[in-house]
Design a protein. Structure first.
Length: 335
């Protein structure tokens, strides 16, 4: 991880946190987004007979990659599989938009920002809700006991990410106007440093950073996403690839379904594989893995409506420049 030019105290805090997660690891988590980076102007045409999958270090695609099963299935169809790692969801979706990858996965927020920025991407599948995988946490000795106590408080979060929507819903339920809290927009490493120093009163965060804060700092859950948000993971593709290569995507989803079925029954093995990838203690990864949901499926009407609600909320908060229609970016793949 490249350290920024902050004071020595912050540097020490970052070294202590998350075992010096690499920049790639920081981006490997669901929903890391502050808006889509500037889209590159040059378009890269996909090579025939190739599927390029963009992945991050945490999640089901990592498990699929380690098995080699999809590589073998596609090779039998004359399709070469290329795995390309990205540091975060927004960058992965930029890669889809400019044609450097064909398929990938992110949380709920990045595709909303991408679509609002004009990226021609499509939703092709999703994992079930994992609402317990994100939460508002407070230091173990914090006087804050309920969501109502957040009024007037400094709250760290990654702007425009899945947890931004969680915060909005928590405040809404507690009857607190968004203007009545002080949001402190920080990426996970900086947010954790601020949380440890006591510079913020609460932190809205997702796994495995969430699990790491619980295990390493004794952070206490003020409220998690259960009953408030879904916290889906979405699979996305470039529209052109999805329209012309549905068989390759169908095979990909068949293998993802197998990995999901295995992962749901073998949390200890999932933990071992992911811990090795992201450099966190297995005990931390195990907590996060247990809160993940497995079972890839096509988008349902309910999921589309939920994603539309998030997009509308972000538009109302002026986090995206305009309202969008999620249905414009949904394509039906027979999974």
């Amino acid at each position: 991880m490249t350290m920024s030019n902050f004071d020595d105290q912050k540097r020490q805090a970052k070294r202590h946190t998350l075992g010096l997660l690499s920049a790639a690891t920081l981006g490997a988590l669901s929903g890391l987004a502050v808006g889509l980076p500037s889209l590159a102007s040059a378009q890269t045409k996909p090579a025939p007979g190739v599927l390029r999958i963009g992945y991050q270090k945490y999640g089901t695609l990592v498990l699929l990659k380690t098995t080699g099963a999809l590589d073998k299935r596609l090779a039998q169809q004359g399709i070469q599989l290329k795995w390309i790692e990205f540091p975060a969801g927004p960058q992965l979706l930029e890669g889809l938009n400019v044609g450097s990858v064909d398929f990938g996965t992110t949380g709920e927020a990045p595709p909303i920002f991408a679509q609002a920025a004009g990226a021609d991407l499509v939703y092709v599948g999703n994992e079930p809700p994992a609402p317990a995988g994100e939460a508002i946490i407070v230091p173990k000795n914090s006087p804050l006991k309920t969501a109502a106590d957040l009024k007037g408080k400094k709250i760290a979060l990654n702007k425009g990410s899945n947890v931004h929507y969680l915060l909005v819903k928590v405040l809404e339920k507690a009857g607190i106007a968004y203007k009545d809290i002080e949001p402190v927009y920080l990426p996970p490493a900086d947010a954790r440093a601020a949380f440890e120093r006591g510079s913020v009163d609460a932190w809205v965060i997702w796994d495995p950073f969430f699990a790491a804060a619980e295990k390493q700092l004794g952070a206490r859950i003020l409220v998690d996403g259960k009953g408030l948000v879904s916290n889906h993971q979405f699979y996305l593709a470039s529209r052109t690839y999805a329209q012309k290569n549905q068989e390759a995507l169908r095979i990909t989803f068949e293998e993802l379904a197998k990995v999901d079925e295995w992962g749901a029954k073998n949390v200890s093995d999932v933990t071992a594989q992911l811990a090795a990838q992201i450099g966190l203690e297995p005990s931390i990864v195990e907590v996060a893995a247990k809160r993940f949901s497995y079972g890839v499926k096509p988008l349902t009407e309910q999921v589309i409506r939920e994603q539309q609600n998030i997009a509308d909320t972000f538009a109302d908060l002026k986090l995206i420049p305009k309202k969008i229609n999620i249905r414009d970016a949904v394509i039906n793949i027979k999974l």
